[in-house]
Design a protein around this ligand. Structure first.
Ligand SMILES: Nc1ncnc2c1ncn2[C@@H]1O[C@H](COP(=O)(O)OP(=O)(O)OP(=O)(O)O)[C@@H](O)[C@H]1O
Ligand SMILES: [Mg+2]
Length: 501
């Protein structure tokens, strides 16, 4: 039997005002990793939700092992062996690993839960995947995101999975955790499972994909063997135009060089930061590089008053300033865009317009607190257009936007807030390559208008692409500083791995 493991033909799906999928086809074979890529809002997650029984397709046919199947719901998809590893974890935090894996299917003797067998079965499953990072009896709430994801994968395997779907699984993982995930994926492959893998990280494709299928605006663009295509070609298929991946930072205006807008002196926190000092100038994009856990987010949080400091001073425009809570920071003109997607501060049930204007309420609300829609709408429309936020209108409910487009709304919100100093923490996580360029362009525009930006990013090409200067951190300290002219990946990595005493 040579039929592919899973085949999708002519699938379409519409939402009010959006044709999310338009006559899409693709297939995946046993033991293969098929990467599904495309811009934010291209339809990747919607397609996967159809396969896992969350959405019902409007048209098309799904074949599993050559037989047409009508997937009626999530439970049915599981029974068929199509398992989705959600980006937003679906585990019960207060239960153990074993209880989570076998929830609703626990082994019983005479009607009683057979705890020993539950844990033993789980141990076998974990051993099969070579997972030694946690035990069946560990509580899920004590596990890191990466480990929770491993639990999800073990759970997938326990269902006799045929197809495992992973929607942006690495977006919150460190490098080592990503390596572990890739090892698990090889295990799944070796046991004949077909994997559908969604990611915006192009460099991952060359590591694990066998074939790559590209979607754009809900339409099928093409499928390539990984070995027969370059990253550049895939990006071109995704965004439909050329992108200059080697662009460098715009030069900073020379007259701003002595104009220090933020000076941090000897900042320390109880947990991690040790004596951090630096200056940010008007019109500058200051990149912060380092490995995960180096202390960059902690530094941002200490500056905006979200975490207590144990020593240090902060000067805004030359004046020493005490910032003891994030609201003070905003009042002083310092905005912080958090890296934590769950804490993006979006009101998911409200429309895009409200979310964009949310933090600038002062300017757009009348004396009763009602939104002044006139000038506000114009601002929202401007950002929806310039960031290419894919939404039927600015009055669409935010939760209906694709993941990456929700992220863009957060960026728009901070751009609209018009702070003089903006701290962006991993701003382009989950954002497609084309849209990243739009965001870079906007950041450059902001600094040209005299704003200053601190940009924390784990993606070296992004730091190099944007920053006038780069500060590297390791273990809560600054270990190096580079100008954009001297900066290169190797030098940054060298500083980032320097373990200071
Ligand atoms: N429940 C819904 N209601 C209305 N529109 C929706 C719904 N789910 C998805 N859409 C729309 O369908 C389109 C495709 O979204 P989808 O989430 O599939 O994109 P994606 O390719 O996964 O993007 P991303 O890379 O940003 O995650 C988007 O325009 C989105 O707004
Ligand atoms: Mg998605």
């Amino acid at each position: 039997m040579n039929a592919p493991l899973l085949k999708v033909e002519g699938v379409s799906k519409s939402f009010p005002g959006v044709k999310a999928l338009d006559d899409v086809h693709f297939d995946v074979s046993r033991g293969e990793v098929l990467a599904l890529v495309g811009e934010n809002g291209a339809g990747k997650s919607s397609l996967m939700k159809i396969l896992s029984g969350i959405y019902v397709k409007d048209a098309g046919t799904i074949y599993l092992e050559g037989e047409p199947v009508e997937i009626t719901g999530p439970r049915h998809a599981q029974d068929l062996g199509i398992i989705i590893v959600h980006q937003e974890m679906n585990l019960m935090p207060h239960l153990t690993v074993a209880q989570n894996i076998f929830i609703g299917r626990e082994p019983r003797v005479l009607g009683f839960l057979d705890e020993r067998r539950l844990n033993r079965d789980t141990a076998v499953l974990l051993a099969r995947l070579g997972i030694s990072e946690f035990r069946p009896t560990d509580l899920v709430e004590n596990l890191t995101v990466a480990k929770q994801q491993m639990v999800e994968i073990a759970k997938a395997l326990s269902f006799d999975a045929k197809v495992v779907i992973m929607d942006e699984p690495t977006s919150a993982l460190t490098q080592t955790e990503t390596d572990t995930l890739f090892r698990l994926i090889s295990e799944l492959k070796a046991s004949g499972i077909g994997i559908i893998y969604i990611s915006h990280r192009m460099e991952e494709l060359s590591r694990i994909a066998d074939r790559i299928t590209v979607l754009r605006d809900g339409k099928y663009i093409g499928t390539r063997e990984r070995t027969a295509v370059t990253q550049h070609e895939i990006i071109k298929m995704m965004v439909g135009r050329e992108i200059n991946e080697n662009a460098r930072p715009a030069t900073m205006r020379a007259d701003n060089v002595d104009d220090v807008v933020l000076r941090v002196e000897g900042l320390s926190t109880k947990k991690l930061l040790r004596d951090v000092s630096f200056e940010l100038r008007r019109g500058e994009i200051l990149g912060f590089s380092g490995l995960m856990g180096a202390g960059r987010t902690e530094l941002a949080r200490a500056i905006i008053g979200a975490d207590r400091t144990t020593a240090g001073k902060i000067f805004v425009n030359g004046v020493e300033t005490t910032i003891s809570q994030p609201a003070h920071a905003v009042a002083k003109g310092i905005g912080y865009l958090s890296e934590d997607r769950k804490q993006l501060g979006l009101l998911l049930d409200r429309d895009v317009n409200t979310n964009i204007l949310l933090s600038s309420l002062g300017r757009y609300a009348n004396f009763l607190g009602f939104m002044k829609t006139g000038p506000g709408k114009g601002t929202s429309r401007k950002y929806v257009e310039s960031l290419r936020i894919k939404t039927p209108s600015i009055f669409a409910t935010t939760k209906n936007l694709s993941g990456g487009n929700q992220q863009k709304v957060v960026i728009a919100k901070w751009l609209a807030r018009d702070c003089d100093i903006l701290i962006f923490d991993e701003p382009t996580r989950g954002i497609d390559v084309g849209a990243k360029e739009e965001i870079y362009r906007l950041l450059n525009e902001l600094v040209e208008r005299g704003k200053s930006i601190i940009m924390i990013s784990s993606e070296l090409p992004e730091v190099l692409r944007l920053s006038h200067r780069i500060i590297v951190m390791a273990n809560g300290r600054i270990t190096g500083e580079l100008t954009s002219n001297e900066a290169e990946q190797e030098k940054i990595m060298d500083y980032a791995t320097r373990i200071s005493q």
